[in-house]
Design a protein around this ligand. Structure first.
Ligand SMILES: *[C@@H]1O[C@H](CO)[C@@H](O)[C@H](O)[C@H]1NC(C)=O
Ligand SMILES: *[C@@H]1O[C@H](CO)[C@@H](O)[C@H](O)[C@H]1NC(C)=O
Ligand SMILES: *[C@@H]1O[C@H](CO)[C@@H](O)[C@H](O)[C@H]1NC(C)=O
Ligand SMILES: *[C@@H]1O[C@H](CO)[C@@H](O)[C@H](O)[C@H]1NC(C)=O
Ligand SMILES: *[C@@H]1O[C@H](CO)[C@@H](O)[C@H](O)[C@H]1NC(C)=O
Ligand SMILES: *[C@@H]1O[C@H](CO)[C@@H](O)[C@H](O)[C@H]1NC(C)=O
Ligand SMILES: *[C@@H]1O[C@H](CO)[C@@H](O)[C@H](O)[C@H]1NC(C)=O
Ligand SMILES: *[C@@H]1O[C@H](CO)[C@@H](O)[C@H](O)[C@H]1NC(C)=O
Length: 824
């Protein structure tokens, strides 16, 4: 057999690798029949998609296991969308490994001691009509086998039919297919969480926990024709088009495609994360990172079995959200460190002298339970101790009823949003002596006394050192506080704790943290406590200085800050009339037109100042009525500017803060292209529509009478934008104004709003221009209705309930939009 290494080159145009004979490499042990095997890949080659978006190549994990995988070749962060041999890693370095087409399947082999092993084979793609086959990696990441003798040959095998954990545009989720998560960050083998079409109806997508038993722990809800019932976010003017062919049948097939955003198609993927959440990411060329925009279940503690047996899930915590109760130890320490908590916790053995430790009022799921009524607590405990499989009890004194739990205790948590079903006052069985309080005997008491004394002494010493450090620090702080760059006051944590009365009066909770009212030098202030401060103290101070130097009549003034240990707090002027959002809810206070118009212009001036007049242009990134505060004269002051930078760009948080009020996010946020000041313009436009309509952009129809309680969300902007573009601004204006407004101003505000929410950034005006338009300095033309929004109107068909006066108009609009087929 001829061995020709140089012929192992892919054609630059179609990335096909031609036949090379296998035995040439290791003549001593022919691995595969050389006459019928075709070499595709060695470690030195990779198969690339035509435009180099994806590549098929080998990679090696930290644990020296190697895999053949498809990844993005255009980005630095290694991201594997498909792994061939996820369950059977190569035990040798990849230079001993080869991918063949052999016996009508893809075959991955490795040589070990001159012996050939088949490591992985794909499903067979035997097709009697096809003599020669060809492997190609398509631009969408699909690895396909086609007829080698026919350029336009049919696909006889594709990796999209055998997904790993990633769902890409163009992929179909069909009956019988599952996406299964990696076991942990560095281990592509199959974890316990997967995603599939839910049997037996196949009308929705579910997340599944599999560990002997199968448990569905989240689902999208049924397909309504345009979206899934529990995923209203699908109506957002994002870049996707979802389709679901033949839902509720065995041939159901769900997928999505992306729309072009400008000239580019952003890289985007849905992944079943090893944490059990399904997450959607988009690559941002601006930050060179994957930005997560959406994930479900939102709370990590809603993932079934996430903390394993006897693990306690702390909701609202992002890292280290699982913990073992006192007296228990982590089973899989490495996994725990890597963020895979599913190994759970265990107690040391089982003995007659075991005791019970109160956990408290918690939710959980148990494997088995025994109930005994009419027994005392000690009898209840005794029964449990008699069986090593018994792990805990709950006892109800009132009814003298006793429950013994056996086997696993999963999903333990104490938040009402957790997934566990039983809610009981739980006590768990612990080995004797693990709980210091329960150790009896005089000797022990003596030991306790001695150790207490030692502890007190130690504490005192530590305290002293700490105090001194603190004084030094404080001195440093005081020195810095007179730093001439800014007139900001530096507060200690203690001072702010006192000023806010122990953070007792919470004014609200924004995207970055809770806000409390406080009193400093007998002046009211608003203290914002940042939830998850990013970066070090230095960065924080630098950033705070920048913010502190930004002063404008339409921006909330920062008075000072506190940066102590992990605490990061900001102290602002207090705004007596609260956020604009409180005037936009049903039953909220009304604002007359004059006030509204001043708020519109004031807000625009504030943002324009951030964009155009500061030394460094500042993107606000979170313009919405919650962040527009009103002072005693009802003048608008924009708040929260500069914070996006402080926190780092975790867009999922920005989105998370929009729950219930989504609809301010410009399409480019999701598209991954650079975010410019025009993203703020978009959000401003959305806010302007709310100000004009005196309502939120997403809520039940105003006359529907369902008080916003139902799932029946109505997305106002498409309808409003169309009315305004058609010249019927009056239809959009808040009825509470009773017709008392300046028509000319109303028209200007309406037109400006629609200009601001144009799909293309270039079509939106700058904030400076917005100010001029509102002031009437420049003429405002009639804008076209934004296409992305209008394309959503057909998604409105799920509003249905109740005879509200806008129903007719809506269905009319939906017909309109179908007629004019918005292609993007
Ligand atoms: C491969 O083909 C050659 C000639 O075409 C033949 O001589 C040889 O026996 C074949 N080898 C096998 C293993 O079938
Ligand atoms: C590859 O890029 C070129 C130029 O941008 C484009 O015309 C072509 O359609 C792309 N091919 C694929 C398969 O996406
Ligand atoms: C490929 O094989 C060569 C030679 O056997 C080796 O030096 C190289 O490190 C391998 N490359 C990778 C990516 O494993
Ligand atoms: C070829 O594949 C078929 C079915 O996939 C299998 O039954 C057969 O054993 C394979 N033959 C060899 C030589 O591996
Ligand atoms: C190539 O494949 C296409 C699609 O399957 C088929 O219509 C066509 O006849 C084939 N051409 C040849 C030369 O086999
Ligand atoms: C997905 O389904 C669509 C519609 O049925 C079909 O056109 C497309 O070829 C399918 N894609 C793949 C990769 O199978
Ligand atoms: C979803 O649809 C199926 C089949 O039509 C139905 O049996 C099921 O009750 C629906 N689920 C919900 C939550 O409406
Ligand atoms: C349960 O939650 C409360 C706050 O809601 C917290 O104070 C308490 O420590 C939690 N209990 C456990 C066992 O973590």
């Amino acid at each position: 057999m001829q061995y020709n290494h140089t012929s192992n080159i892919m054609s630059p145009i179609i990335t096909t690798i031609f036949l090379i004979l296998a035995t040439s490499f290791h003549p001593s042990t022919p691995c595969l029949d050389p006459n019928t095997s075709k070499l595709i890949l060695t470690n030195t080659t990779s198969l690339s998609s035509p435009n180099n978006t994806f590549k098929l190549s080998f990679f090696t994990t930290k644990h020296s296991k190697s895999y053949l995988a498809i990844s993005y070749s255009s980005i630095q962060t290694p991201t594997y969308i498909w792994v061939a041999n996820r369950q059977t890693p190569l035990t040798q370095t990849p230079d001993q490994s080869f991918l063949f087409i052999s016996n009508n399947s893809l075959t991955l082999t490795q040589y070990e001691n001159d012996k050939c092993d088949v490591v992985w084979t794909s499903s067979s793609f035997f097709n009697p009509g096809i003599k020669d086959t060809k492997l190609t990696l398509l631009e969408n990441g699909n690895l396909v086998v086609t007829d080698g003798e026919n350029e336009s040959g049919v696909v006889i095998w594709q990796s999209f039919d055998d997904p790993t954990d990633t769902f890409l545009p163009g992929m179909n989720l069909t009956v019988g297919q599952t996406l299964t998560c990696w076991k942990s960050q560095n281990d592509p083998s199959m974890g316990k969480y997967s995603l599939r079409l839910r049997p037996p109806d196949y009308g929705e997508v579910e997340l599944l926990f599999t560990d002997g038993e199968e448990k569905s722990y989240w689902s999208t809800g049924n397909w309504t024709g345009n979206i899934f019932a529990n995923v209203p976010e699908m109506t957002l003017p994002y870049i996707y088009k979802f389709y679901f062919e033949n839902p509720f049948t065995k041939t159901a097939s769900f997928g999505f495609t992306e729309n072009m955003v400008g000239q580019t198609k952003p890289l985007t993927r849905f992944t079943v994360d090893f944490s059990g959440q399904v997450k959607q990411f988009t690559w941002s060329t601006q930050t060179e990172s994957w930005n997560m925009f959406w994930s479900q279940p939102e709370s990590k503690c809603r993932v079934y079995g996430v903390c394993g047996d006897l693990g306690f899930c702390k909701s609202g915590v992002n890292v280290g959200y699982c913990e073992c109760l006192d007296g228990f130890e982590v089973v899989d320490g490495d996994g725990w460190v890597a963020g895979d908590y599913s190994g759970g916790c265990r107690r040391e053995g089982c003995g007659k002298g075991d005791e019970f430790e109160v956990v408290g009022d918690v939710t959980f799921d148990y494997e088995k339970m025994g109930t005994f009524s009419g027994v005392g607590r000690s009898e209840c405990e005794r029964r449990c101790l008699g069986d090593c499989a018994c792990v805990g009890i709950s006892y109800n004194v009132k009814t003298s009823s006793c429950k013994n739990y056996f086997g696993k205790i999963l999903n333990m948590g104490n938040s009402s949003s957790d997934i566990g079903i039983s809610q009981e006052f739980l006590s768990v069985r612990v080995s004797r002596g693990v709980n210091g309080k329960k150790i009896g005997g005089k000797v022990v008491v003596l030991i306790s006394v001695v150790s207490c004394l030692v502890a007190v002494l130690l504490l005192a010493v530590v305290g002293l050192v700490f105090y001194r450090k603190k004084m030094v620090r404080r001195k440093k702080l005081e020195e810095e506080s007179v730093f001439p760059v800014t007139n900001l006051k530096v507060f200690t944590y203690k001072e702010l704790e006192t000023a806010t009365n122990g953070f007792s009066d919470q004014l609200g909770h924004g995207g970055f943290g809770a806000v409390f009212s406080g009193n400093v030098d007998s002046t009211l202030v608003a203290v914002k406590r940042l939830d998850r401060p990013g970066g070090g103290e230095k960065e924080f101070r630098a950033e705070v200085c920048t913010i502190g130097n930004i002063q404008h009549v339409n921006l909330v003034r920062l008075r000072g800050f506190c940066s102590e240990e992990s605490h990061r707090l900001l102290v602002y002027d207090y705004m007596p009339n609260g956020p604009l959002s409180s005037y936009l809810k049903t039953g909220g206070r009304n604002l007359d037109w004059d006030a509204r118009f001043r708020i519109a212009i004031g807000t625009a001036r504030g943002i324009a100042y951030l964009h155009e007049e500061c030394r460094n242009c500042i993107l606000h990134c979170d313009i919405k009525p919650e962040n527009i505060l009103l002072d005693e004269d009802y003048s608008a002051k924009v708040s929260d500017f500069g914070l996006a930078k402080l926190i780092g760009r975790d867009f999922s948080r920005v989105l998370a803060t929009m729950r219930g009020t989504w609809g301010y996010v410009a399409p480019e946020w999701i598209s991954g292209v650079a975010i410019t000041t025009k993203a703020d313009v978009y959000s401003y436009g959305m806010t302007l529509l709310e100000l004009l309509g005196g309502r939120r952009n997403v809520e039940g129809p105003p006359d529907g009478g369902n008080g916003g309680e139902s799932n029946d969300k109505w997305f106002f902007p498409p309808w409003a934008a169309r009315r305004i573009s058609e010249g019927d601004v009056a239809a959009v204006v808040d009825e509470r104004l009773g017709g008392e407004y300046n028509m000319e101003e109303v028209v200007r505000v309406g037109l400006v709003a629609v200009w601001c929410i144009q799909d293309e950034e270039v079509s939106r005006p700058t904030m400076g221009m917005v100010v001029k338009m509102l002031e009437g300095v420049v003429e405002v033309e009639v804008p076209p209705p934004p296409k992305l929004l209008q394309a959503l109107v057909s998604g409105e068909s799920f509003h249905g309930v109740g005879g509200n006066s806008r129903n007719d108009t809506l269905s009319h609009v939906s017909v309109d939009s179908k007629d004019s087929q918005f292609a993007i």
